[in-house]
Design a protein around this ligand. Structure first.
Ligand code: DGY
Length: 321
């Protein structure tokens, strides 16, 4: 069988694949151009792709032998899942293993914004630190006693709640499905509507998947409901937030700040308005980016593909048909 990787994975993972299949690895542009992808996928039985690839119906139709798509990510919004199912192609993904790393980054970003860590670093590097320990110097905000609003209470949302509890804060959440009373009690969280979540929280963190329903769901209407001191964190997907509205809300001080790991277009352009804002912390889509996690993701992505191509259930399946 023939397998395509849209970029190189760890050596151990590639070796596992090479033991079984004829493996082609894209060594060119990342992401691959549509033209290149359409050509290379034509005779492949299996595909390992990444969150930035676009595996739409055209790509799926071009892949005459394709039986399995394994994405090296928890998100699978880049794949036309329905079309893959129609064609009998199994789609698998890598959840669970990256939950902790992504929740950790979320907490890091919250603390960074509250305590102005990155801003402080910039102040020193730009030679703007002139006097020491003034009572009003570089004041941040306590996390203690604040209200954290978690939008999306799946694996990552729950892991954020677990970690955040230790800071002695109140936690509200909004999710498509309300959790059971026991789960809510365990995590010490309270369900509210989306509007109330944005109205009552001091910090909002987004952990919902990107779907047609969540496309730009966080927009000016919601920003206008937020406190002027409120902060927004996004480690989920860029397109959940209407970036144009966020820029407006930050400029007009409708909200106080934002920390973003994901963007509408990645990599974000150097000249993007967000890059020029002091009340914003930006990281380059590193939610799952720890040595340990990325290695485990490779292990699972490969295992998923091998199982799917041998007609078995992958460890983590997206579509059933
Ligand atoms: C994923 O796996 O979907 C994440 O965005 C990676 O950080």
């Amino acid at each position: 069988m023939k397998v395509l990787l849209t970029r190189k994975l760890h050596d151990f993972a590639v070796n596992e694949l090479r033991k079984r299949y004829n493996v082609e690895i894209n060594r060119g542009k990342i992401p691959m151009s549509k033209k290149d992808l359409l050509t290379k996928i034509r005779d492949k039985d299996g595909l390992i792709c990444f969150p930035y690839d676009t595996i739409d119906s055209e790509v799926i139709d071009a892949a005459k032998n394709l039986k399995a798509i394994s994405t090296y990510s928890v998100g699978y919004d880049q794949i036309d899942i329905k079309h893959a199912a129609k064609k009998g192609i199994v789609v698998s993904y890598t959840p669970e293993v990256l939950t902790r790393a992504t929740a950790d980054l979320t907490i890091a970003l919250i603390l960074d914004l509250l305590r102005r860590v990155t801003e402080g670093d910039r102040i020193i590097r730009h030679n703007k630190w002139k006097t020491i320990f003034g009572p009003d110097d570089f004041l941040g905000t306590d996390f203690y006693g604040k209200t954290l609003g978690i939008f999306g209470m799946g694996r990552i949302g729950r892991a954020v709640a677990k970690r955040a509890k230790g800071f002695e804060i109140n936690i509200l959440y909004h999710n498509r499905h309300k959790l059971t009373k026991n789960e809510e009690k365990d995590l010490r969280i309270r369900y509210v509507t989306l509007k109330r979540l944005f109205e009552e929280s001091d910090i909002i963190t987004v952990h919902t998947p990107y779907t047609e329903e969540t496309h730009e769901i966080v927009n000016l209407q919601l920003f206008k409901r937020m406190k002027p001191t409120a902060l927004l964190i996004n480690t989920a997907r860029g397109k959940i937030i209407k970036e144009k509205d966020l820029i407006f809300a930050l400029k007009k001080k409708i909200i106080a700040g934002a920390a973003l790991d994901v963007f509408q277009k990645e990599p974000i352009d150097r000249k993007h308005p967000l890059v020029r804002m002091e009340n914003v912390v930006l990281t380059p889509h590193i939610g799952s980016s720890t040595k340990e996690t990325r290695r485990k993701m490779a292990e699972i992505a490969v295992e998923n593909l091998i199982l799917s191509l041998s007609g078995k259930n992958p460890r983590y399946v997206v579509n059933t048909f």
